[in-house]
Design a protein around this ligand. Sequence first.
Ligand code: ZN
Length: 197
Amino acid sequence: MPSPRTKPAGPETFTLTGADGATVQVRVVRSARRTKSIAAGWAGPGLIEVRAPLATSQREVKRAVEKLLPRLERSQARRPPPSDDEAERRAQQLNARHFGGQLAWQSIRFVSNQRSRYGSCTPGSGTIRISDRLRVVPVWVLDYVLMHELAHLREPNHSPAFWALVNRYPLAERARGFLLGMAHAGHLPHEEDDDAN
Ligand SMILES: [Zn+2]
């Protein structure tokens, strides 16, 4: 039951960069019932929800979250696996950040029938599928795979132009290393994907 003294929660959000270089989105929920402390926890992959007193300035909230971030990142291993909606939201962020918001697609979803690939993209229908084995990887690695499939919306083949798009993602090289390591350990497919079809 919402308290009448609680300010209606407008979407107050900002982004932070974590220790691993990945972007974290912060959603602030203000409450008049909260007097002093600021509390923060994961509301989804790459999304932190902060509960703060009404009067706290956004600068104070930011500073508090920056302080809490290392502990939150350590606890991120216990986060719930990402849903299709979260993959969609992350893809929209990547589109805004690395493609000027100019990409359009129909659907992004996790599928269980991609055993030998991380994902696939059908540019004609705007359909992107991600192997559900990737639900276990850190969000910055998932972002890399999303970048790969998003880049296929522009460049169907694994051409130099294609890799130039993918490499707009700052952690591309690290993510490739991570995925290779996982593949060698037998936990993930070996191929990023085939050329888009
Ligand atoms: Zn590909």
